[in-house]
Write a protein that binds this ligand. Structure first.
Ligand code: CP
Length: 362
């Protein structure tokens, strides 16, 4: 079975097929109105969402399919204590494809291990959000016209911002990409991202403390909100929530062709008077999310029939050992799942959790 759990689950050829299909859907909407006739998408959302859930719903309806699911896990048997694994086995009896958002990191991977149908990770905690990445890539394609030789500034909550993690992973596969990290010290990019994504793929990155000092260098400014729901200490959130606010004055030195992206929702990190700037692409980005999810649903349903498209969910070099995951929000610490760890490339003899990529500890 084929799933989408991490953006790099897709080969470059598959990724290009999805982007090309999304572009064709934009040009020829009528051609696809029955592409998923008779198929059912289950949207299992354990965390709030506007764009992801409703764009998946809109995508499936526009393809002629139907949608079932829940937008609040409290209204499902999860409230009675059902595990992610059992819920997924159950939904496999009712639907043809699942889009799941979960607050536990690694939940989508556990769902995929237990499903008889394709599972799409619609966001797992602060870990990963691959369909936002597809949305971002389609937006970059349409707005900038290329993926190579881009300098991308990521600003805001780079620690908990799953969309940032997934997009950096995806961009690390292109030539000449440079990453500028603009975040307060407490919200910096996790070390696994720096060491095992940027360093491993020779992606140069710099960490800076203001957006003004780098604005003129950027092809893309990727803004993010500070993720209140991930903080264990509310006072710390209050101290950090206004760290970076983009307003028209900060765009003075930005290039005319630079584009501002944001996965949304926005809180206050972009003032509303930026919206009218032609460089502000974040609401166009939202619409791209629907088209690219249409393409993804079509491709995963097609690949589900092709055994050669199956990929290993647990990497071949993963081991079961005496370690545990150091991340309290990881599903391996919250539900009854088999733990797996991968050897770290940056520290021989040490391991990372397969579910959430956090460090393993004894
Ligand atoms: N970008 C995104 O994931 O938005 P939602 O949380 O509204 O789905």
């Amino acid at each position: 079975m084929r799933h989408l759990i991490d953006p790099t689950d897709l080969s470059m050829q598959e990724l290009n097929e999805i982007i090309d299909l999304a572009l064709d859907i934009i040009e020829n909407r009528d051609k696809y109105t029955e592409a998923c006739k008779g198929k059912k998408l289950a949207t299992l959302f354990y965390e709030p969402s506007t764009r992801t859930r409703l764009s998946f719903t809109s995508a499936m309806l526009e393809l002629g399919g139907t949608v079932l699911g829940f937008s609040d896990a409290k209204s499902s048997s999860v409230a009675k204590g059902e595990t992610c694994a059992d819920t997924t086995k159950t939904i496999s009896c009712f639907a043809d494809i699942i889009a799941m958002r979960h607050f536990e990191e690694g939940a989508a991977l556990v769902a995929a291990q237990n499903a008889r149908i394709p599972v799409i990770n619609a966001g797992d905690g602060s870990h990963s959000h691959p369909t936002q990445t597809l949305t971002d890539l389609l937006t970059i394609k349409r707005e900038v016209g290329r993926f190579d030789n881009l300098t991308i500034g990521f600003c805001g909550d780079l620690r908990f911002g799953r969309t940032v993690h997934s997009l950096i992973k995806a961009m690390s596969r292109y030539e000449g990409v440079k990453v500028v990290l603009i975040a307060p010290e407490q919200l910096r990019l996790p070390s696994y991202m720096k060491q095992e994504v940027c360093d491993k793929n020779n992606i140069p990155y710099v960490e800076v403390s203001s957006m003004e000092e780098v604005m003129g260098d950027l092809d893309i400014l990727y803004m993010t909100r500070v993720q209140k729901e991930r903080f264990l200490d509310e006072d710390e959130f209050d101290r950090l929530k206004d760290s970076f606010i983009l307003d028209p004055s900060k765009l003075k030195n930005a290039r005319p062709e630079m584009r501002i992206l944001h996965p949304l929702p926005r809180v206050n990190e972009i003032t509303v008077d930026v919206d009218a700037d032609p460089r502000a692409a974040y609401f166009r980005q939202v619409e791209n999310g629907k088209f690219v999810r249409m393409a993804l649903i079509m491709k995963l349903l097609e690949w589900a029939k092709d055994d050669s498209k199956t990929i290993d969910l647990i990497p071949a070099d993963a081991v079961k050992n005496e370690y545990v995951c150091s991340n309290k929000r990881c599903i391996s610490n919250l539900e009854n799942v088999d733990s797996y760890f991968r050897p770290r490339t940056d520290k021989p003899g040490k391991f990372r959790c397969v579910y959430c990529e956090s460090k393993a500890k004894l």
